[in-house]
Ligand binder design. Sequence first.
Ligand code: FAD
Length: 385
Amino acid sequence: MKPIIIIGSGLAGYGVARELRKLDKLMPLLIVTRDHGDAYYKPALSAALSQDKSPEDLITANVNKAAQDFNATILYQTTVRNIDTALKLVVTDKGSFEYQSLVLALGAEVIRLKLEGDGADDVISVNDLWDYKRFREALLGAERIAILGSGLIGCEFASDLIGKGFKADVIGMTEQPLMPLIPAAAGEVLNKRFSEKGVSWHLERKVTSVMRSTSTSEKALNVILDNGDVINADIVLSAVGLRARTTLAAEAGITVNRGIVVDDYLRTSAENVYALGDCIEINGQTLPYVLPIMHASRVIAKTLAGQPTPVVFPPMPVTIKTQGYPILVLPAPMGVAGEWKLLEDDNGLKMGFVDQENKLLGFVLTEGQITQQAAMVAQLGHSLE
Ligand code: FAD
């Protein structure tokens, strides 16, 4: 019997394997991953430092344990070169494998800014455990870290770094951090709180180049901004965003847009090929978060086990790991016109994103207002008074 093949060993790939094994213990399963295949919880990467956790502490099961747990063959450090959907064949750098069903759990890759300067290649980014190991090694002896990007990942790394006594310079193009995920009013409070703890913000600014320092009295790199300001830092960490990995699917003739396009059953345009996680686009949205992956894993597993099941995503708020200023956000749907309204500003902020008919479509809650989560979820889709 040909196996089910899963490409990817992140939360999405291993999520499907785990859920499938709850339903079917024996179906042959082959997991192909280009990384080392150890299981870890990716959101922990931007909170581990201040919790004194090493990269190794974040591994929940090494690749051998994962293979045992999932009763699967795991081909790690193995790159899929192409997929032949007519022959139902996955071609890797270690051989070709036929599948009965294929699951694409390819994740997303970091966007790299095109920067000038001899230090541009020294800019690092963290999108998996192995990047993170290199980042932690680079931090030894460092004091000041410049972070390119003031979105979720940039702010979480800034939070973690200042929590451990480092200085962070955060450069972002928006008026306030975390925009447009959260409104300016909430970003402004985060801005103030983090400024008090050692973050220097450089907002509404672009980085033009990164130069290696020529002076031994300076830190290794100089980040040059579009207004001529220079930030001298030991490390430059880029966190400007992720782009769904679509090339493999596109080259196989599978429909892609901003992500690999899937329907409500997580089916791609190719027969018996499913996709989930950071690599997909569903109903015009990318959902690069953990909760959608958990829901999608369950329904793909059911479908693979013979009970085709559509995915129904409930409202899935995201906790932003900004220490000292906790934020919970239900992002507004992409591409929908609307505005943020302040609903309460006592004991934290409560803000709602409403469409042109004043219907609540998203929200942000900070600090003490986070207890209002259930009430806000209940109000979704209804008009605000
Ligand atoms: P990945 O984990 O990227 O896995 C992709 C897999 O595909 C990898 O195993 C890779 O080796 C494999 N692969 C890719 N191409 C090939 C190929 N050609 N051949 C073989 N294998 C291949 N989300 C939240 O909900 N809450 C949070 O607090 C949160 N914090 C985060 C903090 C950080 C620092 C980051 C980076 C993300 C965070 N996220 C958070 C997002 C969340 O972690 C991701 O949505 C999730 O981990 C994505 O899982 P994935 O399996 O889709 O992708």
